[in-house]
Design a protein around this ligand. Structure first.
Ligand code: GLV
Ligand code: MN
Ligand code: MN
Length: 439
């Protein structure tokens, strides 16, 4: 097995290990700042400090590791292998050498290149969504540990991308670009304090202005690459998303004594609307709309539902088509609520535009793939990623790995070790290409 094959196998094993830290025994569930996140941080921090990186947890709970340009200021002696895989010793050593960093860095401000993805999960998740991107960043930093770099490398394990705990996604990446709003900060502050962090320090989580680029590795989470028989995808654009909460308000009453014609059943109204959501989305090419969670009050078998709350997630690569879809879906909710004598309230928690990846960095990814002889496919991402929050602020690029079975947000989520190996070879080549340009 070649060098990247060993790193790839370690990466997959590490994802499986991290998946064992969960809020729900028997299921992988790790929401924002939940207790198992501490253990995940501890493992990753150990791998990174062994690689000579400085590691900290910022005030929103992102794991931040910096690998300074000059290896002389790093803690790990050049060539020392990661603890978990002694086999990597000779491989890590083969990357040692190179000119001294101080001979290679341009005068002036040294740039920082960022690699990142997220560490939180959806409920009952798979082992690879987000985490794999962070673990691949760890592997690349381990490989680079012995080398003089003309730029600093920062690895970020974002604390929150899925939006499960507060119904608002991208808390981690929004903090690093300074776009968390005050209302959200006050909602999340108790959880931040419980995790042992200080919300007053959130402004310090912001990335400095010397960031020259961002790269995110991620599983595709869909069937396209598998269908094409390709290991890797280069992302050109990430679909925009709207997230809302709809509150249907009816009247709770006795299930036996209330005739059907005299009811104001909030759940029946929500159910009729969910059917309309599906119908509307099916009529518009590439529009996807999902109601993934409904809560009912009071939630008893013999009580007509007095209130029902439903989430709504709508996505499309065109912001105009997405927003038109949301309007049609809300009009349907109003019509249904009106006809059934229900109250209706809607709350918008996210209106995130579609985002293009940086053309220059994306071309570098292509060059890296070509140089490694790796076939890839240019594709849009239907799933949201931290890269879409970073991209308006810093040049961003994304590399997908094929998802076996096209499955994600499910315990059967998987990845092929060979595809991870290809992604690492491409990522390493990409960094070497950057290195030449900054040298
Ligand atoms: C993140 O996984 C999302 O696209 O919802
Ligand atoms: Mn996800
Ligand atoms: Mn993800």
């Amino acid at each position: 097995m070649g060098k990247w094959g060993v790193f790839a196998r370690t990466a997959v094993e590490r994802c499986r290990l991290l998946a064992s830290y969960t809020e729900e025994p028997g299921r992988i569930t790790r929401t924002y700042l939940s207790p198992p996140m501490k253990e995940v941080h501890a493992h990753i921090a150990r791998w990174l400090t062994d690689a000579g990186c400085e590691v900290r947890i910022d005030a929103v709970g992102n794991l931040r590791a910096t690998c300074r340009a000059d290896p002389l200021v790093r803690g790990r002696p050049p060539g020392r292998p990661p603890r978990d895989h002694p086999e990597q010793m000779s491989l890590a050593m083969s990357g040692s050498g190179g000119t001294r960093a101080d001979q290679r860095i341009r005068p002036g401000v040294r740039p920082t290149f960022v690699i990142g993805s997220h560490l939180d999960t959806v409920p009952n998740a798979g082992a690879f969504d987000g985490v794999l991107g962070v673990v691949l960043g760890v592997a690349l930093l381990e490989d680079l540990a012995a080398r003089a770099l003309p730029y600093d490398l920062e690895l970020i394990g974002f604390s929150e991308e899925e939006g499960v705990r507060y119904g608002v996604p991208f808390i981690g990446s929004r903090a690093v670009v300074g776009s968390l709003d005050a209302d959200l900060v006050s909602r999340i502050s108790p959880a931040i304090r419980d995790f042992g962090l200080d919300p007053a320090l959130i402004p310090e989580a912001k990335l400095p202005g010397n960031v020259c680029g961002y790269l995110e590795f991620h599983i595709e989470q869909g069937p396209v690459l598998e269908h094409l028989g390709l290991p890797l995808g280069v992302v050109d654009c990430i679909a925009g998303q709207s997230r809302l909460m709809l509150h249907f308000e009816g009247k709770a009453n006795h299930a036996g004594a209330t005739p059907m014609a005299l009811r104001h059943d909030a759940l029946a109204g929500a159910a009729e609307w969910i059917g309309a959501v599906e119908r509307i989305a099916r009529e518009v090419p590439q529009l996807v709309a999902t109601v993934g969670r409904v809560t009912v009050d009071p939630g008893a078998g013999n009580v007509i539902a007095g209130a029902a709350q439903a989430t709504l997630d709508v996505r499309h690569i065109s912001d105009e088509v997405r927003q038109r879809g949301v309007r049609s879906i809300l009009e349907a909710a109003e019509a249904i609520a009106g006809r059934r004598g229900l109250g209706l309230r809607t709350e918008l928690s996210l209106d995130q535009s579609a985002v293009a990846m940086d053309a220059e960095l994306t071309a570098r990814l292509w060059r890296a793939n070509t140089a490694e002889g790796l076939p890839a496919h240019s594709m849009t991402s239907g799933a949201g990623h931290d890269a879409m929050i970073i991209a308006p602020h810093f040049p961003a690029a994304m590399l997908f790995m094929r998802s076996p079975g096209g499955i994600s947000h499910h315990p059967d989520e998987a990845v092929n070790v060979e595809d991870v190996e290809a992604a690492l070879a491409c990522g390493s080549r990409f960094l070497a290409d950057l290195e030449r340009d900054y040298a």
